[in-house]
Design a protein around this ligand. Structure first.
Ligand code: ATP
Length: 209
């Protein structure tokens, strides 16, 4: 069995033309960074791994996560967490409700509040449970979006330029947090970025499209 994420002979086509082809192996607790020009298919690749490839595209090749093949699994069964640039939180729910939404369904109802409070503490936002997401800073939203994703207990993290909307010091702080949490949980991370510094901060193996 191969641990982590393995992409073998992946090809994504649109209108019969190859958009991208690649091979990649990301071990648990390490980061693989995919870099390339705009339109190269980076976000499409993440969608393919997550089981959300738009019907305009076709995919061939093998995608395995800790040895199990993902391609035939529906998106919700793949246990993949995705983080995007815009850190979308549900605006009509409190911070606590946003986090509870991410919680793995296996967490029993009576321990959910404690799990959410612990999660808030882990990201330095203890006491934010009842806050409205609209009242948060960009960095606070980013931390909550990250934690909401981690609470769903994914086996793989897909990061689609999650740091690019943040200013320099915040960017450094958030990416350190993301990579430290991923390492601690032994998760493989596939990072899409335009910024070489993101890849360096993650000690990532870089694949250029
Ligand atoms: N739903 C879709 N239907 C048809 N074409 C699409 C769709 N989504 C993306 N494309 C096209 O597929 C190509 C790859 O897009 P994608 O968003 O994966 O690129 P990217 O490398 O992530 O770009 P960027 O760095 O600008 O985010 C682009 O030419 C884009 O216009």
């Amino acid at each position: 069995m191969t641990d982590g994420l393995q992409l073998k002979n992946i090809e994504i086509r649109r209108l019969g033309k190859v958009l991208l082809s690649l091979d990649l192996h990301i071990r648990p607790g390490t980061v693989g960074a995919v870099m390339g020009p705009s339109g190269a298919g980076k976000s499409t690749l993440l969608a393919a791994i997550a089981g959300q490839l738009p019907p305009e595209f076709t995919l061939s090749g093998e995608i395995t996560l800790d040895g199990r093949s993902l391609r035939r699994l529906p998106a919700q069964a793949r246990r993949v967490g995705i983080l995007y640039q815009d850190h979308l939180l549900f605006p009509h729910m409190s911070v606590g409700a946003n986090l509870a939404f991410g919680l793995d369904r296996r967490v029993p109802r009576h321990s959910r509040r404690a799990a959410v409070d612990q999660a808030l503490e882990d990201i330095g936002l203890a006491g934010f449970h009842d806050r409205d997401p609209e009242t948060l800073s960009g960095g606070q939203k980013a931390r909550i979006a990250l934690m909401r994703m981690l609470l769903s207990e994914p086996d793989l993290l897909l990061l689609d330029e999650p740091f690019s909307g943040l200013d320099a010091s915040l960017r450094d702080q958030i990416r350190r947090l993301v990579f430290a949490l991923a390492r601690r949980r032994h998760l493989p991370v596939l990072l899409v970025t335009h910024d070489e510094a993101d890849a360096l901060a993650a000690n990532a193996e870089i694949v250029r499209l």
